[in-house]
Ligand binder design. Structure first.
Ligand code: 13P
Length: 291
């Protein structure tokens, strides 16, 4: 099968790419290829290769060339798991570089088979290795030698409650956390709030980190939403893909910063529930790919 790739492989123009984080690539044949689907990237001189997870295809694609690519056998379970572990480590580092988290705060998980892959507790992201990512079944069982994030409960409970969710990002972004300390939900000050599924981003009541109580508060605050604040704590963003959850985490922090700025001047005017619903429907599928 011949694919003309052309020069259309370019960084997806998303705010993340300004920080060197490629959310995905525009490919003239495949459309938007999410970064998570890319298992290996190589840049040599002016040639650009990438290997795709291969429910799509696995042969390297060469920018600017016509190539004959044959469909290969699907990636093995081990390869898929390895790619997921690496994408979690990459996203953790990115989260701190983007300024939406700091130190060893925050945690990230991806749904995997009958459980989830989740960051280890209290581990600096710069030195975190894919092998340290913990696999935990949704019943909470795991290899006793593993040390999952102290917040594994809300990650697990979100995956159980929300079948459409495959990625959970928890961070302590400065502005979202300022609002959460003040117990403030984000109101519809900007139409982009619709990205989080409705006209508010709720703030879940405070409960001690790592507890079942916190998990219950989080799942409730996330009802019909894909983001919430956690009082005196931080923020959670959830999505069908890790790229989308990371994108949403940045959008939530931006909204929090805008709301914080407005509050310096006075009580901001807000958009109506009806307008946000209109925007939400128009925005269906907006942002990085769900897969
Ligand atoms: P972990 O290091 O255990 O993931 O905890 C960080 C955190 O943010 C707890 O809310």
């Amino acid at each position: 099968m011949a694919y003309e790739i052309g020069a259309a492989v370019e960084k997806f123009t998303h705010p993340f790419s300004r920080h060197g984080y490629a959310m995905g690539f525009l490919d003239s044949n495949l459309g938007l290829v999410p970064a998570e689907a890319v298992t290996r990237m190589l840049r040599t001189n002016d040639q650009f290769f990438y290997n795709l997870q291969a429910s799509i295809m696995r042969a390297p694609i060469r920018c600017g060339q016509n190539l004959s690519l044959s469909r290969e056998k699907p990636m093995s379970r081990t390869t898929i798991e390895r790619a997921k572990r690496q994408s979690i480590v990459d996203a953790c580092r990115q989260m701190n570089q983007l300024g939406i988290n700091q130190g060893t705060s925050g945690n990230i998980s991806l749904r995997h088979e009958d459980g989830m892959l989740i960051t280890p507790t209290s581990t600096p992201y710069e030195t975190m290795k894919p092998s340290q990512i913990v696999f935990m079944k949704l019943d909470g069982s795991l290899d006793a030698k593993q040390r999952p994030s102290s917040e594994w409960r809300f990650h697990r409970d979100i995956f159980e409650a929300r079948a459409e969710v495959n990625a959970v990002v928890h961070a302590h972004p400065p502005y979202a956390t300022i609002l959460a300390i003040m117990g403030l939900a984000i109101p519809p000050i900007h139409y982009m709030i619709a990205c989080a599924g409705g006209d508010t981003i709720r703030c879940a009541p405070y409960a001690t980190f790592g507890t079942e109580e916190l998990s219950q508060h989080a799942v409730t605050a996330l009802a019909d939403r894909s983001a919430c604040l956690l009082a005196h704590h931080g923020m959670i963003a959830i999505a069908p893909s890790l790229s989308k959850a990371m994108w949403l985490a940045v959008e939530v922090e931006t909204l929090a910063r805008q709301y914080h700025g407005c509050l310096q001047i006075g009580k901001p005017p807000v958009l109506s529930k009806e307008e946000i619903e209109k925007v939400r429907l128009r925005m269906a599928g907006y942002g990085p790919a769900d897969k």
